[in-house]
Design a protein around this ligand. Structure first.
Ligand SMILES: *[C@@H]1O[C@H](CO)[C@@H](O)[C@H](O)[C@H]1NC(C)=O
Ligand SMILES: *[C@@H]1O[C@H](CO)[C@@H](O)[C@H](O)[C@H]1NC(C)=O
Ligand SMILES: *[C@@H]1O[C@H](CO)[C@@H](O)[C@H](O)[C@H]1NC(C)=O
Ligand SMILES: *[C@@H]1O[C@H](CO)[C@@H](O)[C@H](O)[C@H]1NC(C)=O
Ligand SMILES: *[C@@H]1O[C@H](CO)[C@@H](O)[C@H](O)[C@H]1NC(C)=O
Length: 288
């Protein structure tokens, strides 16, 4: 009974969040959370005011202004001959252009501060940014990274049912992201694993690889979920061309009104709650 109540509360809360997003166009959970940074030591470091350093600055500025305008993915190159810098940025498919801009900007500033190298990649919660002295090959080889946050995830209690359900679910999500033409190499979803528990998942690929390579990349990450997280209540696997994450609570923004139907009951319930909240606080002004 208690857990049933908890579920309704959760649904109502996420529906309220959802309405807030539609009404105020504010993203739900904006938190600065650097996930992982990798500075490749080969070749030598660049120097601050070298042509490479200047091109890198211009490149990152270009990425943070263009990525939000181009459906959350942009890649470009600056410079010529030996001072060329190639770059790429990807925002998580469920964030607004504002959050995308903010994230790419933060990540770019951090990568400039932390990495003195000519080849680096950084993942934040809502985006990843990458640059290199050489072009990115459409398939640069798979490298997995586990953010430290995985270690903070609690163990699950019923491992057998959970692992089977998790694998089945992440497999289906990966198929959706890679092969459903209406998904831009991105998919989120949830599935019930017991009477009162859901798994929430997210998978995404960079848009410079083929759909087939996307599926291969996600398949490798799927295998690596074993290594870090299959007995945990949440986990993230990162790699250059694809990312995968699951949690036992909602962590992504639901698609917009046109994108998905909301359950009538939940919508009504949260409308009532919203009205109640507004009644409570009559000074609240709606900006629609
Ligand atoms: C970007 O950095 C600022 C300042 O540190 C922070 O307030 C903001 O939440 C960050 N945004 C994201 C999306 O990480
Ligand atoms: C590159 O910079 C890092 C950090 O300043 C330093 O530890 C490393 O030795 C440098 N590498 C080379 C090849 O100079
Ligand atoms: C990057 O942004 C520029 C400027 O908006 C655009 O012309 C270009 O097509 C974008 N590139 C990609 C790969 O989306
Ligand atoms: C090389 O790039 C610099 C600045 O990016 C530019 O001023 C210069 O004209 C370029 N040289 C050639 C040969 O394109
Ligand atoms: C969590 O599960 C792993 C694998 O079964 C086990 O090695 C570890 O000790 C468990 N940790 C806790 C805190 O129960």
């Amino acid at each position: 009974m208690r857990s049933h109540m908890r579920k309704i509360d959760k649904d109502a809360l996420s529906a309220i969040n959802f309405l807030m997003v539609s009404l105020f166009v504010i993203s739900t959970s904006v938190r600065a959370e650097p996930n992982f940074i990798s500075c490749d030591v080969i070749p030598a470091n660049y120097t601050q005011n070298s042509p490479f350093g200047n091109n890198l600055k211009r490149l990152l500025e270009s990425l943070w202004s263009n990525t939000p305008l181009s459906q959350g993915f942009n890649s470009t190159v600056f410079g010529n001959n030996t001072d060329q810098v190639y770059g790429q940025a990807l925002c998580r498919g469920d964030v607004t252009p504002e959050v995308c801009l903010d994230c790419v900007q933060n990540a770019s500033q951090e990568i400039m501060t932390v990495c003195p190298t000519q080849n680096a990649i950084i993942w934040h919660e809502f985006c990843q940014v990458r640059y290199s002295y050489r072009p990115f090959y459409s398939w640069d080889g798979y490298t997995r990274m586990y953010p430290d946050s995985n270690k903070d995830e609690k163990n699950i209690s019923d491992s057998v049912g959970f692992v089977v359900a998790l694998k089945d679910f992440m497999n289906k999500l990966s198929d959706q992201a890679a092969f459903n033409p209406s998904n831009l190499m991105f998919a989120t979803g949830k599935t019930k694993i017991s009477t009162n528990e859901m798994i929430y998942g997210l998978v995404q690929c960079t848009k410079d690889i083929s759909r087939r390579d996307c599926r291969v990349c996600l398949n490798s990450e799927f295998g690596d979920l074993d290594g870090c997280c299959e007995y945990r209540q949440g986990g993230t696997v990162l790699s250059r061309n694809c990312n995968m994450k699951f949690q036992l609570y909602p962590f992504y923004n639901e698609p917009t009104v046109n994108g998905k139907k909301i359950e009538f009951k939940i919508a009504t319930l949260s409308m009532l709650l919203l009205v109640a909240i507004l009644e409570e606080n009559k000074k609240t002004i709606l900006f629609v």
